[in-house]
Write a protein of this length. Structure first.
Ligand code: FES
Length: 160
């Protein structure tokens, strides 16, 4: 083997090593979140005493299924109602039509979707408009004086 040939092979080999050193962590960073299980965990959304019986309030959460680079798009919310001293109900904020955030109107006792006029009763069932099914509910429990929500991917469905 000539000296020139040896240096060529050495350069190619070192280039491959450098590409692997830089590329493997990058590929891992991009691919790993796809296989990460982040839903089905119980997260605290505050003390039981923070919530008034009979009131439905918006609670900010972070979408646990979002990718690390999702940024502000991972922020979401749910509607949480304290039914009595021990029971809570939590509704997804996303309309089941095309996913717009619904608003709770206390005086009307309804959830309203601003996008296409979807209306839901206070129990989340459809009252009017295009939503094909009731608001999605989160599992809720109380533990150690805290209200906890069982995480899930943001339940957006389409009828398209
Ligand atoms: S997205 Fe709510 S009615 Fe269309």
């Amino acid at each position: 083997m000539t000296r020139r040939r040896f240096l060529e092979k050495l350069c190619i080999g070192l280039s491959g090593v450098c590409a692997a050193i830089l590329g493997i962590p990058l590929v891992g960073f991009v691919v790993a979140p796809i296989f990460r299980k982040t839903t089905g965990k119980w997260i605290s959304v505050g003390n039981i005493t923070d919530y008034e019986v009979g009131k439905t309030v918006s609670v900010a959460i972070t979408d646990p299924s979002s990718l690390p680079w999702a940024g502000i798009t991972a922020k979401s919310a749910l509607w949480l109602r304290r039914v009595n001293d021990v029971d809570f109900i939590a509704f997804s904020v996303n309309c089941t039509h095309l996913g717009c955030p619904v608003r709770w109107l206390q005086d009307a006792d309804l959830f309203m979707c601003p996008c296409h006029g979807g209306v839901y009763y206070s129990d989340g069932t459809v009252a009017a408009g295009p939503p094909p099914k009731p608001l999605i509910r989160y599992d809720v429990r109380t533990a150690n004086g805290q209200v906890q929500i069982k995480t899930m991917a943001i339940p957006i469905t389409t009828t398209l």
